[in-house]
Design a protein around this ligand. Structure first.
Ligand code: NAD
Length: 371
């Protein structure tokens, strides 16, 4: 079969396959076509793709003839020939109308952001590979925007205390943010509704802020669940106490398919000292603060609230490399030894990642939204 890689639309800088992964697919008897310039903004040139065994084609050729079309964002997907396979990160719970249109075109759509969070799927988990980068970059962005130092300094000209960083949500992004902030010498406090992460947080040298009585998320397949009103009130009080003493807050709390929970209110921001910085990684789903705006920096009383959901795209080479590796590992599940498509609907990962097939929405949560 032919797998086609389309160039993403700006501001996206990543590309869904890198030359190293093209070579692996070619070995699996797959023909790979790459749109000219697709890897340019991630620093992979056309030559590197052809050396790896791909052919450089136009988007029109790829859309007209490829059996599987890869993009990361949904924006330029959906022009493939009827019946093709589309694979990318499509946020189907938010873009459910588009999913219905794609079902109507007979596409088989795999959205890698819905992959089940089971051990076997870890090597295919794009949310994890990209969140790791986002957590790292969030701290660097905070350090860059912050009006003071991160590490403690004792110099002849006087002493500087270490920055106090509060991280809300200790998932993949949050844990990487803890490690990065600690490496820069900050004092780090962390809050998460899942008490299970306390040990991991402490092993990274951070302090865990506890609020009793969180809703049990252990049956949500590795994803967070919504909390009760009473828990949220107590959580807000506790976070307020810690936020007012923090110089940097990094928020990462997301609930799949729902608006992100508000963890930092306007009043808390007004209690922070001027020159402090909040980085909100949940801004794409509404944000974790009252004042966040996606891909904007809002200044309020001298506090910068940076909504940034596109941090992986600021590290395009490594982000693409890891993303492409995730794609390859998933592709191995659906490609047979002759390089043909072979969909095993008994496989939980294949089933869990499929959104549309045979003219229908096959993902129950997306179908429940009614197309
Ligand atoms: P995420 O991006 O959905 O959420 C980030 C964090 O925010 C989570 O830890 C969540 O508990 C937390 N959160 C949600 N609501 C909150 C609230 N109101 N207040 C504070 N925190 C809140 O999650 P993620 O980082 O993608 O993954 C979470 C966890 O899932 C990981 O730490 C890992 O243990 C597990 N996981 C497993 C696999 C796998 O087995 N394949 C893959 C990825 C993640």
């Amino acid at each position: 079969m032919v797998i086609g890689v389309l160039k993403e639309q700006a501001p996206e800088t990543r590309v869904s396959l890198v030359p190293e992964v093209v070579a692996a697919l070619v070995k699996m008897n797959v023909t790979v076509w790459v749109e000219s310039g697709a890897g340019e903004s991630a620093f992979f040139g056309n030559d590197a793709y052809t050396a790896a065994g791909a052919a450089i084609k136009s988007a029109a050729d790829i859309n007209a003839q490829a059996d599987m079309v890869l993009t990361i964002q949904p924006g330029n997907a959906g022009h493939a020939r009827p019946g093709a396979v589309l694979m990318g990160v499509y946020q189907p719970l938010f873009n459910h109308r588009q999913m219905q249109q794609w079902a109507d075109k007979g596409y088989t759509v795999f959205s890698l952001d819905t992959i089940p969070r089971i051990t076997r799927a870890q090597s295919m988990d794009v949310l994890s590979s990209q969140a790791n980068i986002a957590g790292y970059k969030a701290v660097l962005l905070a350090a860059y925007s912050y009006s003071r130092y991160f590490p403690m300094f004792m110099t002849a000209a006087g002493s500087i205390p270490p920055a106090k960083v509060l991280i809300l949500g200790a998932g993949v992004a949050g844990l990487q943010a803890i490690a990065t902030a600690r490496r820069l010498g900050a004092v780090v406090e962390v809050f998460d509704t899942r008490p299970a992460v306390k040990e991991e947080v402490m092993s990274l040298g951070a302090k865990f802020v506890e609020v009793e009585g969180a809703a049990d998320a252990s049956k949500a397949g590795g994803y967070a669940v919504e909390q009760t009103e009473d828990f949220q009130r107590r959580q807000r009080e506790k976070i307020h106490e810690h936020a007012r003493k923090s110089d940097i807050i990094i928020t990462t709390a997301q609930i799949p398919g729902r608006k992100a929970p508000i963890l930092i209110t306007r009043a808390m921001i007004e209690d922070m000292r001027a020159g402090s910085v909040i980085i909100d990684l949940a801004s794409v789903t509404g944000g974790n603060t009252d004042l966040s705006e996606d891909n904007k920096t809002v200044m309020h009383n001298g506090v910068a609230i940076v909504g940034n959901s596109a941090l992986p795209a600021t590290t395009p080479s490594d982000a693409s490399k890891l993303y492409a590796k995730n794609v390859l590992n998933f592709a191995k599940l659906i490609i047979d030894k002759d390089g043909g498509l072979n969909l095993n609907w008994e496989d939980d990962i294949v089933k869990g990642t499929a959104i549309t097939h045979g003219g229908n929405i096959v993902n129950e949560r997306v179908a429940a939204l009614g197309g």
